[in-house]
Design a protein around this ligand. Sequence first.
Ligand SMILES: Cc1cc2nc3c(=O)[nH]c(=O)nc-3n(C[C@H](O)[C@H](O)[C@H](O)COP(=O)(O)OP(=O)(O)OC[C@H]3O[C@@H](n4cnc5c(N)ncnc54)[C@H](O)[C@@H]3O)c2cc1C
Length: 314
Amino acid sequence: MKVLENTELAQFTTIKIGGKADKVCIPSTTSELVNLLDELSSKNEHWSIIGGGSNILISSHGIPGTVICTTSLNWIENLGPDLISAGAGVRLPRLSAYAAKSSLSGMEFFEGIPGTVGGAIIMNAGAHGSSTSQIMETVSVLNLNSGKIEILTPKDINFGYRLSNINPNEKIILEAKFRLVSDTETAIKRRMKEFNFARRSSQPIKDPSAGCTFRNPLELNTPAGKLLDSIGAKNWSIGSANVSSMHANFIINGGNAMSHDVCKLMSKMQETVYQKYNVLLKPEIKPLGVFTKEEAIIWTNADQTEGNSFIITR
Ligand SMILES: Cc1cc2nc3c(=O)[nH]c(=O)nc-3n(C[C@H](O)[C@H](O)[C@H](O)COP(=O)(O)OP(=O)(O)OC[C@H]3O[C@@H](n4cnc5c(N)ncnc54)[C@H](O)[C@@H]3O)c2cc1C
């Protein structure tokens, strides 16, 4: 297992923000991960877990204790005939490319989502009308309360729009199996290309971001990006954190943005939409690390604290 001491966490996130952790542990086998969690729990040490870091805002004040990064749990196995198994840390675009090569369809929508299998199940990642819950057959998790490995099906998980009932503080995703259908490699790759083109023409994929900032509000039929665009949020900026000029639901790190810049900007976006539409946007980005009460208000206001691993001070 790779262990890094006193390490900057910005490099482990797609938005390139995050202070230091005392330790970053990168296990390369499931048993290394299970033993590590056992050791940290027995010592009562604070820890957090990340995958691709593509849906999180890590505090610029850092995270106390150990951060576990799953990206070396990266094996893929074709169990045949239509079943693929993947470790929690496998990157989604790699997995969809593997499925295409195996003439298996269903994962085309993973193309362009820079997360991992673990993060995709926690968030029920989706795009182009498909979501992780539709292709996941089973997921293997370590239940931290019982210390046992459990095999869960979608029915056990209660998937919703960009959410699951798996709380990363209680259950750790080890690996998952996906049920796909046969198709030709050419047809699968053509769909991936189309999805890629649609994404490139609507999202700032080359800029450092954490993806969509807010979930689409279920009470309105209008996506969060459209609401934000209508209040003129594009190009708003605080410090080096900017709302993308291409998509109003993306916050871009313009160079040296800090987590408090992002929080202030999110707060302004949330407040302005609330004033105009009486709808409180719920953050899709999850906070990790130490935040002040004022910064955390974006999540606490929207009742989005459960399953987050953040510490609120003052
Ligand atoms: C440019 C861009 C485009 C994006 N497009 C989309 C899109 O189209 N659709 C979409 O749904 N999302 C999209 N996202 C958001 C993001 O990629 C997904 O939510 C992804 O599934 C997150 O996976 P991750 O591994 O990066 O999770 P992380 O951000 O690392 O973590 C997210 C949460 O999962 C937990 N977690 C991670 N791994 C585990 C594990 N093994 N066990 C338990 N808990 C774990 C973390 O603690 C955290 O709470 C986009 C992001 C970017 C930057």
